[in-house]
Design a protein. Structure first.
Length: 106
């Protein structure tokens, strides 16, 4: 299985924490090619396998650079639904970051 380097970096970061972790939440953009299942599999192979991991998917959004329409891209089609232009700025959907860590009490 291919490892996601961003999740590997999150795991490495957590390994250096001095607190005991109760749960972890990551935010992943819907354009990230790794499925939730792949992320959970990689998490399950880490030292944190027994700690719950929650994934929040961030919807993809783009903005047309010709007419400035904001829209949700559909599949591989990148043309603006309003004007048909193919020049777009990615606003969201490519994120992959540690959103929160809940620490154990005591």
């Amino acid at each position: 299985m291919q490892k996601n380097p961003r999740l590997s970096a999150i795991i490495d970061h957590l390994l250096h924490q001095s607190t005991r972790i109760a749960s972890v939440q990551v935010a992943i953009g819907e354009s990230v090619l790794f499925s939730d299942e792949q992320v959970h599999t990689q998490w399950g192979e880490s030292p944190f396998a027994q700690i719950p991991l929650t994934i929040r998917r961030v919807p993809a959004e783009q903005q047309c650079m010709a007419c400035f329409e904001k829209y949700h891209p559909t599949s591989a089609e990148i043309a603006c639904p309003r004007c048909g232009s193919v020049g777009a700025k990615i606003i969201s959907g490519e994120e992959f970051f540690l959103e929160s860590v809940e620490e154990q009490n005591g």
